[in-house]
Design a protein around this ligand. Structure first.
Ligand SMILES: NC(=O)c1ccc[n+]([C@@H]2O[C@H](COP(=O)([O-])OP(=O)(O)OC[C@H]3O[C@@H](n4cnc5c(N)ncnc54)[C@H](O)[C@@H]3O)[C@@H](O)[C@H]2O)c1
Length: 405
């Protein structure tokens, strides 16, 4: 694709379908109904999106005024070249570097970005572009949903979690008090540009976090994806998801597409029974309790293992399937348990917040077999305690070099 400046992609704006008047003894009620349409594209590019012969960034942003926000580590590694590209080919209003972390994923940071957008006079037709991992994209996305009550937003994810998960959905948000992602918005991006070349500089721990998010989809939705990880997780992690090349390509595209398939019919979460919540019921408590020393993807991995153990104890998931999950964790280097994890009581009590988030029902996702998930209405404190005990034992056995039970 060559570089050409032109109109940006169309934004999926809603269309008012009508207003209905009703009169009653109490007065007049005007009911407005819209059939708001939402659409956005995830562009999986074959080579560096900032290369001169890859016109995707220019074709998405066109001549619109741009506020680019870049993760501090990305700036240090790629910043100069990217900034120069923006200055040469795009209508760049401001280039902001943010050293982000979960502790900075706050309303204060969102407010500072809005202040910068105001200072540079970003108009309603402006676009926020986020270039970084999930933390940066969540912050920038939320700022874009608030600034002038919403300006467009383009995501350029640079982590594996970003490529297969954050980059494909519409949720933006930040932590609030001691709660993960408590405030935010459903706010569709204009587009996502998924460029895997960024993975070359990501550290192994972050690659493993991405594997956890891929396993989430594989375990409850896609047995074929699980088998690919089962066979290749070790090499994929060691090679920063570069080898085996075709498997890496297929796994990333499939995981992102599975996620989109799952989100699409329920994009605004009217239905609070969501398979994509697998691994996300205990994990917010784990992350917050560790004061974010445990990374998001690690917390998801710990949560998924607890969920598999709960399912085994209920006789819903076989020991053979559990053994396959454990072997895949071992080859990917995913944790069974970590020293910063909360107690079983805290884990159990943390489910109250999840229940509130899911409209009063826990809707806990457990695997039924590999590639198939199910929902359970509740779980007891004793069940959580037993699962935690087994996960601890597994870590102990691994540390002793013994066979993991
Ligand atoms: N909105 C959503 O739908 C959604 C979905 C999943 C996760 N999340 C959120 O995403 C966050 C986790 O995101 P993450 O796992 O991407 O972590 P992250 O954003 O914290 O990035 C991890 C680390 O990698 C660095 N980094 C990023 N790209 C790099 C690269 N290419 N080379 C070298 N270093 C690089 C970052 O600076 C950071 O230090 C959590 O806050 C989670 O809640 C949001």
């Amino acid at each position: 694709m060559g570089i050409s400046r032109g109109a940006p992609e169309r934004w999926g704006l809603g269309r008012v379908s009508g207003v209905v008047w009703e009169t009653s003894p109490a007065g007049v009620t005007c009911r407005l109904a819209t059939d708001r349409r939402v659409g956005y594209a995830v562009h999986h590019v074959r080579h560096c999106c900032f290369a001169e012969d890859n016109g995707i960034v220019v074709s998405v942003l066109g001549e619109c005024p741009v506020l680019a926000v870049v993760d501090g580590n990305i700036q240090r590694i790629y910043g100069y070249r990217m900034q120069e590209y923006f200055e040469r080919h795009l209508n760049l209003r401001a280039w902001v570097t943010l050293d982000v972390s979960e502790r900075m994923k706050t309303l204060g940071t969102v407010e500072r970005l809005c202040a910068t957008a105001q200072e540079v006079g970003l108009p309603r037709t402006g676009i926020f572009v986020g270039i970084g991992g999930g933390v940066l994209l969540d912050i920038v996305g939320f700022a874009s949903s608030m600034f002038r009550r919403g300006v467009r937003f383009v995501k350029i994810p640079t982590t594996l979690v970003g490529l297969v998960d954050v980059g494909v959905g519409i949720k933006q948000g930040v932590n609030f008090g001691n709660s993960k992602n408590l405030v935010g918005a459903f706010y569709p991006p204009l587009a996502t540009i998924a460029d895997r070349t960024f993975l070359a500089t990501l550290d192994a721990r972050q690659i493993r976090c991405g594997v956890a998010e891929i396993l989430k989809m594989a375990l409850v939705r896609d047995g074929r994806l699980f088998r690919a990880l089962e066979e290749h997780a070790g090499e994929l992690v060691r090679s920063n998801f570069a080898r085996p090349h075709e498997v890496a390509d297929d796994v990333m595209t499939t995981a992102a597409a599975d996620m989109m398939d799952e989100l699409c019919p329920n994009l605004f979460e009217e239905d609070l029974r969501r398979l994509v919540d697998f691994g996300h019921s205990f994990s917010p408590t784990i992350e917050a309790h560790s004061e974010y020393r445990i990374a998001h993807g690690e917390a998801v991995a710990l949560d998924m293992l607890l969920s598999c153990l709960l399912a085994v104890h209920r006789g819903k998931f076989t020991e053979e399937d559990l053994a396959r999950v454990v072997a895949t964790y071992e080859s990917a280097g995913l944790p069974f348990w970590m020293s910063d994890c909360p107690s079983e009581t805290e884990l159990y009590e943390g489910l109250a917040e999840i229940r509130a988030h899911r409209g009063g029902r826990l809707n806990l996702v457990l695997p039924r077999r590999i590639g198939k998930g199910m929902f359970v209405a509740d779980v007891t404190r004793a069940e959580v305690g037993r699962a935690v005990g087994v996960a601890r034992e597994m870590t102990g056995a691994q540390a002793r070099g013994a066979e993991v039970p």
